[in-house]
Design a protein around this ligand. Structure first.
Ligand SMILES: Cc1ncc(COP(=O)(O)O)c(C=O)c1O
Length: 454
C-alpha cells in the first residue's frame, strides 16, 4: 500500500514553515530553469559567502582525523593542535564516532557553563546544560516538556520565528500570540503580555510558558534590561516558564544597544522561582555554522524531578551529534590571547561583524527611502521585517511571488511570521554580500514603486 495523504498525521498536515515554503519552492524551480536567484529567505550565512572561522575548522579537522596530529605535525598552529587533543581527551579518547551522554559531552557542558559565567558574572551548572542539534531541537524539547494538550498554551511573539508556532501545532497545544509594537520599534509591553494571558484564560487555556526571541527574528529588535526584567516579573506573577531564544546574542549592531541575557536578569532580580530555559546556537553570531547543528539549552530553577524527565526525553534520541557538540565547545572556547591563532581569530570575527553591521545599515537605509515601505532599525539579528503598503486585493504572498518572478529575489511573506491584522510585511535577510545586497535593496525599491501603494 502506498501512504495516502489523508493518513498523514493531521498535526503534520496543519503545520506551516514559511521560511522554506511555496515561494522558496518556486525559487528553486526557477533556478532549475536557469534563472539567477538571490536567496534572502533564510539565515544561512555561509550559503551566501560568509567564511567559517579558521579556528573552528582547523580544530574540527584534527578532531575528526587525529592521525594528522602525528603525520602532519606543524601543519596546524600549536594552539589548534592543543585544543584538538583536549577535545579528544574529552571524548575519553573515543573520538567523534561514539554516542555521548544524553546531555552531551561533559567537558563541553563545563565550557558552556564557564562561558555563561564569563558573560553574565553568574554561576552556571554544567548539569543543567543540554547540548542539542542546533537551538531548534532544544526549543522543541522544552516545548515537549511543558505542554500536554490543547488546553495548554504558550505565549509566542507576533511576528515570530515559525519554529515556535510549528512546534506547538505539532504538539497539539495552543499558540498564544502577543503582538510586538511595530510603531515603537517592536517593543514588547507588559500590557500586551497581560492582555494575551487574559484572553487565553477566558478561552479556557492554561498558559504554561512565554517565548521571547532576543535579539528578534524577524524584527531585528534588541530588548533592553527593563523589558527582560518585565518579562520575568510577568512570568513569576502568572506561573509561566520562560523560553529565552538568544541565538543572535552576538549580532547586535546598533551603537547604544547591548544584549542582556535572561540568565543575568534572573540572577540580578534573585528570581529563584521562575524556570528559565535559554537557547544558544553555533548557527548565528559570527560563526554561521548552521550545517554543523550545534546548540544548547541552559535550564535554571528547574526542579530535579523535571530535569530527570528532560534527560529522559533527550535520551530518546540518544544524543546530539558529536561534531555539533565540538563546534559548540569551540564557540565558547576561543584561542588564548598571545597564542598563535588569536590574532587571526580576532581579525576574522571583526571582519564578519563589521560586514554584518554595514549590511544591516544598508538594508535599513535603502528601504527607508522607498514610498510605501517602512522599515524599523535593524538593531540586531540578521533580518529586516519591513512593512509594505499594498494596493487593495494584493496580499504579501502575491507581492513576494511577483517580486521573485520579476527580480529573482526570494524573500518570505510576513504571513509566515504573523503580523497585525490589516498590515503586510516581508522578511529579508541581510546576508548577501554587500554588492548583491545593494542590488537587492535597489530592485525591491524599484519593484515596490511599480506595484505597491503609497
Ligand atoms: C530565533 C531563532 N531560533 C532558532 C533558530 C534555529 O537555530 P539552529 O540552527 O541552532 O537550530 C533560528 C534559525 O534561524 C532562529 O532564527
Amino acid at each position: 500500500m502506498t501512504v495516502r495523504i489523508e493518513n498523514v498525521g493531521r498535526a503534520v498536515r496543519e503545520t506551516e514553515y514559511a521560511v522554506r515554503g511555496p515561494i522558496v519552492n518556486r525559487a528553486q524551480e526557477l533556478e532549475r530553469q536557469g534563472r539567477e536567484i538571490i536567496y534572502c529567505n533564510i539565515g544561512n550565512p555561509q550559503s551566501l559567502g560568509q567564511r567559517p572561522l579558521t579556528w573552528v575548522r582547523q580544530a574540527l579537522a584534527l578532531a575528526e582525523y587525529p592521525a594528522l596530529l602525528e603525520s602532519a605535525p606543524g601543519a596546524f598552529p600549536a594552539d589548534v593542535a592543543e585544543v584538538a587533543r583536549e577535545m579528544l581527551r574529552g571524548t575519553h579518547g573515543h573520538g567523534l564516532g561514539v554516542y555521548t551522554d544524553s546531555k552531551g559531552l561533559h567537558f563541553v557542558r563545563q565550557a558552556v557553563a564557564d562561558f555563561i559565567r564569563r558573560r553574565d558574572g553568574v554561576a552556571a551548572d554544567p548539569e543543567a546544560i543540554f547540548l542539542t542539534d542546533g537551538a531548534s531541537k532544544a526549543a522543541q524539547g522544552v516545548l515537549h516538556l511543558l505542554v500536554s494538550g490543547p488546553r495548554d498554551g504558550v505565549l509566542i511573539p507576533t511576528p515570530q520565528y515559525p519554529l515556535y508556532s510549528a512546534t506547538l501545532t505539532l504538539l497539539g497545544a495552543a499558540r498564544l500570540p502577543y503582538q510586538l509594537d511595530e510603531g515603537a520599534q517592536w517593543k514588547l509591553t507588559r500590557q500586551e503580555l497581560e492582555a494575551t494571558l487574559a484572553r487565553a484564560r477566558a478561552g479556557g487555556i492554561t498558559p504554561r510558558a512565554v517565548v521571547v526571541i532576543n535579539p528578534g527574528n524577524p524584527t531585528g529588535a534588541v530588548l533592553g534590561e527593563a523589558e527582560v526584567e518585565m518579562v520575568l516579573e510577568v512570568a513569576r506573577a502568572n506561573d509561566l516558564a520562560v523560553l529565552a531564544d538568544e541565538v543572535y546574542q552576538e549580532n547586535v549592531y546598533r551603537p547604544g544597544e547591548r544584549f542582556v541575557s535572561f540568565a543575568s536578569a534572573l540572577a540580578r532580580r534573585r528570581l529563584d522561582d521562575v524556570s528559565l530555559f535559554s537557547f544558544h546556537s553555533t548557527s548565528k553570531g559570527l560563526l554561521g555554522e548552521c550545517g554543523h547543528r550545534g546548540g544548547y539549552v541552559e535550564c535554571r530553577n528547574v526542579p530535579p524531578e523535571v530535569m530527570q524527565e528532560f534527560v529522559k526525553l533527550q535520551s530518546v534520541a540518544l544524543c546530539a551529534n558529536t561534531v555539533g557538540q565540538l563546534v559548540t565547545y569551540l564557540m565558547v572556547t576561543p584561542p588564548r590571547p598571545g597564542g598563535p591563532s588569536h590574532a587571526r581569530w580576532e581579525a576574522e570575527r571583526r571582519e564578519v561583524f563589521q560586514s554584518l553591521a554595514r549590511r544591516a545599515e544598508l538594508v535599513e537605509r535603502g528601504l527607508a527611502d522607498v514610498p510605501g515601505i517602512q522599515c524599523n532599525p535593524v538593531a540586531g539579528a540578521m533580518y529586516a521585517f519591513p512593512r509594505i503598503t499594498l494596493p487593495p486585493g494584493m496580499s504579501d504572498e502575491a507581492w513576494c511571488l511577483q517580486l521573485l518572478e520579476e527580480t529573482g529575489i526570494c524573500v518570505v511573506p510576513g504571513t509566515g511570521f504573523g503580523q497585525a491584522p490589516g498590515t503586510w510585511h516581508f522578511r529579508t535577510t541581510i546576508l548577501p554580500p554587500v554588492d548583491r545586497l545593494e542590488q537587492v535593496v535597489r530592485r525591491i525599491g524599484e519593484f515596490h514603486r511599480r506595484v505597491g501603494a503609497r
